[in-house]
Design a protein around this ligand. Structure first.
Ligand code: SF4
Ligand code: MG
Length: 330
């Protein structure tokens, strides 16, 4: 399978300033050295509790930020250090669907203008061609063409998310980061939007990074799943493996907390309740990031940061429980 997105050692640290002189007193390690591949046409789910760094990771991969460190290759192009003006050329390839369609759509622009904006910026389409393209995008996402001249407030939340999706599709992207695309929507319409994203993926050959805190959702849509905790990826596996045989204690706890009714949950014996809060990403614990809350913590965990290792083909875990050689600590 072709790798479309390749992320290596990605770090996104934000400085913390304090006092009247705004002295730099530390940094928030929102994303602290993550890496994975995303294959063309697949959906990689990125899950974790709020504040784990998954949204920041998604934005960093699209270079909505200047990243602290690391390599990002999209369709063979290294963009980790590309200056913002040059990144413009890559924008059509990679797009984002945001969590809150309300906040991401300009209330003073008509639907046609919103969907057409990327076309104005990146193409030289004539007026009629542009209109036709906008209308065909509205068809693709299931919006009535007759509403092209209406404004965002005249639509429901689900329809507004369709507008956001149409805009993301305008430039025929290959890769789309979906950041909690249904979290702000009514439960009754969440499934419709997810089904739409799946249909569009098939129709246009899209590759998704699907960010969500909702494991049932990810289990439905993702081919593979990466689990994030405190700026790191602690486990990555195929959907089947991750849900049937989670290895990292954090993944096990997350899965045990998924509310029923999910048929696979019936096999689970008990809930794993985690003690304490997620530590601050400005002051992560020494050793394993999860050692302050891990039910299986060992002495070594408080000293040495576990490296990610492949414990079976395609199944990566960063945890000392699965370390089989001395060298991997080096
Ligand atoms: Fe728990 Fe230790 Fe594994 Fe970290 S390395 S998840 S503390 S067992
Ligand atoms: Mg978030």
């Amino acid at each position: 399978d072709k790798i479309l997105v390749e992320v290596r050692d990605l770090k996104m640290h934000f400085p913390i300033h304090a006092g009247v002189l705004k002295k730099r007193v530390g940094e928030v390690k929102a994303v602290d050295g993550i890496g994975f591949d995303i294959y063309e046409g697949e959906t990689l789910g990125l899950v974790g509790e709020s504040g784990c760094g998954k949204s920041t990771a998604g934005r960093a991969i699209l270079r909505l930020y200047d990243i602290t460190e690391g390599s990002i290759k999209i369709d063979g192009h290294e963009i980790g250090a590309t200056p913002q003006p040059e990144l413009r050329k890559m924008r059509p390839t990679m797009q984002m669907v945001f969590q809150d369609p309300q906040a991401s759509l300009n209330p003073r622009m008509s639907v046609a203008a919103i969907i057409g904006e990327p076309l104005d910026e990146h193409t030289k389409l004539g007026k009629a061609e542009k209109r036709e393209k906008v209308l065909s995008l509205m068809d693709a996402v299931g919006l009535n063409r007759d509403f092209a001249n209406r404004y965002p407030h005249e639509f429901s939340g689900g329809q507004r998310q369709r507008i956001g999706i149409a805009r993301a599709l305008a430039l025929n992207p290959k890769f789309i980061v979906c950041d909690e695309p249904i979290a702000a929507l009514d439960v009754s319409i969440q499934a419709q939007v997810v089904n739409l994203l799946e249909d569009l993926q098939e129709e246009f050959g899209l590759t998704y990074l699907f960010i969500s805190h909702d494991l049932s959702m990810v289990r439905h849509i993702a081919d593979r799943v990466a689990v994030m905790y405190l700026g790191r990826i602690v486990e990555l596996a195929s959907r089947e493996t991750l849900f049937a045989d989670p290895k990292h204690p954090y993944t096990q706890a997350l899965l045990s907390a998924v509310p029923e009714p999910d048929p696979w949950l019936e096999e689970k014996v008990e809930r794993i309740l985690l003690e304490g809060d997620v530590p601050s990403p400005s002051n992560p614990p020494k050793g394993c990031n999860f050692c302050t809350r891990c039910p299986q913590v060992m002495e070594i965990c408080r000293e040495i940061d576990p490296l990610g290792q492949e414990i079976a083909p395609g199944h990566q875990v960063a945890c000392h429980l699965y370390k089989d050689t001395e060298e991997s600590a080096a």
